[in-house]
Design a protein around this ligand. Structure first.
Ligand SMILES: Nc1ncnc2c1ncn2[C@@H]1O[C@H](COP(=O)(O)OP(=O)(O)OP(=O)(O)O)[C@@H](O)[C@H]1O
Length: 687
């Protein structure tokens, strides 16, 4: 039986074929896989540069191109006959000697450009890699077949022009050297392409082992063992099967001794990594998995994506997808034998108003949520001794006592009425679970934590109380918590260093955005500006090093004379996008206020595009995004800002949060970003 691996190009190109050709090709691949009669045979390609290249006849006038070694086949693509032969002739295959991953390149194109590179070299004495010896290049995995050409390169621009023709694992270290990095820097760049952990130096015999190389290249090849797997790879979206190397390494690492925190900019694949990690733990872990989404809406989305990712129903059932509020609600309901009653926001506001005296309702609420609940302070003495990080207005002992009494008034009233806030519920649930937490290895009693593994998405916006609940819901054991988030995308007022809530996490970073084109990313980084973000990680995190692999149009920023004109402009742009053939579901429109959302919905009635608040854009993505009302006086929203006179530090945080909110909405765009305002522009817009 042949061993068959598919490249990511194959399902994509198969999907683009006419239906009868596609159907025949799938049947042919299935026959080939099962070695049944009538299945295609490998045919040699006349004039091929690499004798491991062959073709398989898959349908009428269509062939698959494969790399073949003994019984191992790597099916690269399916093309009309003539194109398949031409492609097969151009290819060369190799194994990277450092990483052991498969490398393919267009040898014919390189031969074509070589004379031009040589001519440029004849006219110049400069040599880009003059300072790097062949031994160093060899240690960076550079294939000796490229050396004659590389030695002729005179400048960085020439190397950049060769990028599409070289395997990424050859180009990456060369580009690093060309930027002036040391051999060690270039080595680090190469290591970013390592997808599978723990592979040591590659022995000479392994350089000739196609199957081993493909197993180390999960972004380029997936083995299919039978028809079921074949169907999954052909039908599932690409992200279900092929992760980029850093994503794959994080999601499929055997085991983490301590909690792991993965941070990274917008669109770097954090949610995908969280989904794959949850699936990995469901397959290989040792108990129930909770995947925590930020909201109910995002839970439904993650749950649907997990259904696509995990085919096996038994494995799928090991993962529950939910948000922290729901978890808290369930734990308290189980303990009290009836569902807890939640306080409505109007009732709560009235209570804070009732309690306010020297300090206003907003101040008291923030003090309660960000100091008292955040640190789980239970007594006045604890409160008197507690630090109040991030709160600029100092409080004397007397003032703290007054605040404590005001808070006590509200919590007392709530208790009388049998009502609680969501954060109180989380705190109680944590206490209920906390009575049973301990060390998995040392505990003799049967455990009562509901989960063995927890994976958290959008972690930047969780409150310390919610973290305490999550911490209490899994035992302290390897692979307890796997957390992904981006401090720059925080849209609520919670800054928490995980260490302070008992989560001593190792940290990893994802730096390449696969959603955003470079133009939107660079504009977004300037918009987010305002310095590094704190919270989640110890210290602060910069956006430095965040980059994209794609280019696209620059964001469009449009100024209008009046809100009516702005709405007409929006309607005209959306109409054009629909006319361009973009499906309505791939268009997202957002605004800061509920009123603007209502107006935009009215202006776009019957188009079927989604219109939501900036908050509502969290975790979503669209091909084209319009953000309207980015005007002074709307963004930042004046009502959401603490008056500078009351607490300048809280105001600075509020401004940063509002900036983050706009940044989140703008970074949902995969292709096109349109931003508009009327009157004066928001001070956040980059000039
Ligand atoms: N391995 C991959 N295969 C296919 N697409 C990918 C891959 N990695 C990332 N992408 C693309 O990038 C998008 C962003 O991924 P994801 O939503 O996981 O990023 P994120 O870091 O969670 O983003 P954000 O923080 O902005 O919400 C995906 O929807 C997909 O379009």
């Amino acid at each position: 039986m042949p061993r068959l691996a598919l490249s990511p190009r194959f399902p994509a190109e198969l999907g683009a074929l006419a239906q009868p050709v596609r159907r025949d090709a799938v049947v042919a691949v299935r026959r080939f896989l099962q070695n049944t009669s009538g299945g295609p045979h490998p045919e040699r390609v006349r004039g091929a540069r690499d004798d491991r290249v062959a073709t398989l006849r898959l349908a009428d006038r269509h062939r698959g191109v494969v790399i073949r070694q003994r019984d191992v086949y790597w099916l690269l693509t399916v093309l009309p006959d003539a194109e398949a032969w031409a492609y097969a002739q151009r290819l060369r295959f190799g194994v990277n000697p450092v990483l052991g991953v498969a490398e393919l390149w267009d040898a014919a194109a390189l031969e074509r450009v070589e004379p031009a590179v040589r001519r440029a070299a004849a006219a110049s004495r400069a040599r880009l890699f003059a300072q790097v010896c062949d031994t160093d290049l060899g240690e960076l995995g550079i294939d000796h077949r490229f050396l004659p050409l590389l030695r002729q390169i005179t400048d960085e621009l020439t190397l950049e022009a060769l990028e599409p023709l070289l395997p990424p694992t050859q180009y990456a270290p060369l580009a690093a050297l060309a930027r002036g990095e040391s051999v060690a820097g270039a080595w680090r760049e190469l290591e970013n392409h390592r997808a599978v952990a723990g592979t040591g130096p590659i022995g000479p015999e392994e350089l000739d082992d196609l199957a081993a190389a493909l197993r180390r290249s999960p972004d380029r090849a997936v083995f299919v063992d039978g028809p079921r797997e074949l169907n999954h790879v052909l039908d599932a979206p690409g992200w279900c099967v092929f992760l980029h190397p850093p994503q794959h390494r994080l999601a499929h690492w055997d085991s983490y001794d301590r909690p792991l925190l993965v941070t990274g900019g917008a669109g770097t694949g954090k949610t995908l990594v969280a989904l794959h990690r949850a699936a990995h733990l469901a397959r290989n872990g040792s108990g129930p998995v909770l995947l925590v989404a930020f909201s109910q809406g995002l839970s439904a989305d993650l749950s649907a994506r997990l259904d696509l990712l995990i085919e096996d129903e038994v494995v799928r059932k090991r993962v529950e997808v939910g948000n922290v509020d729901r978890l808290a609600h369930r734990i308290v309901a189980e303990a009290e034998d009836r569902p807890p009653s939640l306080v409505g926001s109007g009732e709560l506001t009235a209570l804070w108003r009732e309690a306010s005296g020297e300090y206003g309702p907003a101040f008291l609420l923030r003090e309660w949520e960000q100091v008292i609940l955040a640190q789980n302070l239970r007594t006045l003495d604890e409160y008197l001794a507690a630090p109040r990080a991030g709160r600029a207005v100092d409080l004397s002992a007397e003032q703290r006592t007054a605040v404590w009494q005001a808070v006590g008034h509200v919590t007392g009233r709530l208790a009388e009425r049998g009502r609680r806030t969501l954060l109180q519920l989380a705190a109680e649930a944590a206490t209920l679970l906390g009575q049973t937490t301990g060390d998995l290895l040392e505990e003799a009693e049967p455990r009562r934590e509901p989960y063995r593994h927890i994976v958290v998405d959008e972690a930047q916006d969780l409150h310390p109380t919610q973290w305490r609940l999550l911490r209490a819901a899994v035992p302290y054991a390897p692979d307890d918590l796997f957390i992904v988030g981006d401090p720059h995308q925080r849209v609520f007022d919670t800054r928490v260093a995980l260490g302070t809530v008992g989560i001593d996490a190792d940290q990893r970073l994802l730096q390449v955005s696969y959603r955003l084109p470079q133009e939107i990313l660079s504009w977004g980084v300037r918009l987010r500006g305002g310095g590094p973000a704190d919270g989640l990680v110890a210290g602060v995190q910069e956006l430095y090093g965040f980059r994209s692999m794609r280019h696209g149009p620059r964001p469009m920023v449009r100024a209008y004379g009046s809100p009516q004109d702005e709405l007409s402009g929006l309607a005209a742009h959306v109409a054009q996008w629909l006319q361009d053939g973009v499906p309505p579901g791939e268009i997202g429109v957002a605004a800061r206020t509920a009123e603007l959302v209502r107006d935009a919905r009215a202006a776009l009635r019957e188009t079927g595009v989604r219109v939501t608040t900036l908050h509502g854009m969290k975790g979503l993505e669209f091909r084209r995004v319009a953000v309207i009302g980015v005007s002074d006086g709307i963004v930042p929203a004046p009502d959401s800002l603490t008056p500078a006179g009351e607490d300048p530090s809280a105001r600075a945080h509020d401004l940063q949060r509002e900036r983050g909110l706009l940044y989140v909405a703008c970074t949902r765009a995969e292709e096109v970003l349109y931003v508009s305002y009327s009157g004066r522009a928001s001070p956040f817009l980059p000039t």
